[in-house]
Design a protein around this ligand. Sequence first.
Ligand SMILES: C[S@@+](CC[C@H](N)C(=O)[O-])C[C@H]1O[C@@H](n2cnc3c(N)ncnc32)[C@H](O)[C@@H]1O
Length: 228
Amino acid sequence: MRSWVRRALWPRQYDRSSYFNERFLAGLDGVVLDIGCGAFRDKFALPPTARYYGLDLSGRASHLRGDGQRLPIADGCADWVLLVAVLEHVERPAVVLSEARRALRPGGYAYVAVPFLQMEHAAADYWRWTGQSFPRLLTAAGFDIVEMGTNGGVLVLLDYLLWHALRHMKRTQAWLVLTMLLALKALVQPLARLDNGIDDPLFATSFHALVTVPGEAERQSGRGSCQD
Ligand SMILES: C[S@@+](CC[C@H](N)C(=O)[O-])C[C@H]1O[C@@H](n2cnc3c(N)ncnc32)[C@H](O)[C@@H]1O
């Protein structure tokens, strides 16, 4: 898709996710382990005090190649863990969370973002969480929840689905349906920009949480290393 068309049709859902990422990562500091990093580092400006280590199954965009279900790093070495749009892609998300907890120092933070009402979007896309199951998943892994955020709203959801439907119609060359959906998107998109559906779990597209490992901080932030 040409970049100006892409920009014009870009769904509000993604701007909202970026809003949560920026809000919850405001205090980012010290050793930051980004599990399933993909190209996250290119999308967000991190504070200079953050020592960033990206880890991914795929070696392309990452600093460390590894599986989040068996982190190749020492206990308690990280001040922060990021798990953004990753848990739905792993077979055992609870194991990744327990590894994340092991990697964090007491008092360390994890920022976790997961989808709810989203279409299947990768070859390995196994899970969705609701506003009720997501906090349970986090507390079962031994985290305390500091703050939760809900991205969504009925118009944001419609706009998001229309964006993906348009891409699908383009791929399958269904031009008539594409034209009709484009007309619908022209109606929905401006309204979605007005939709203040944040914190509406009924039509949530994603949930975002800042969590912490209970316990006193054992050492000052930023002094550790995540390399064994
Ligand atoms: C949807 S992308 C999200 C990338 C990035 N966190 C972001 O927000 O832009 C999911 C990433 O998780 C990675 N991934 C999937 N399973 C993984 C696993 N078991 N261990 C580590 N990374 C994994 C994929 O390779 C992919 O880069």
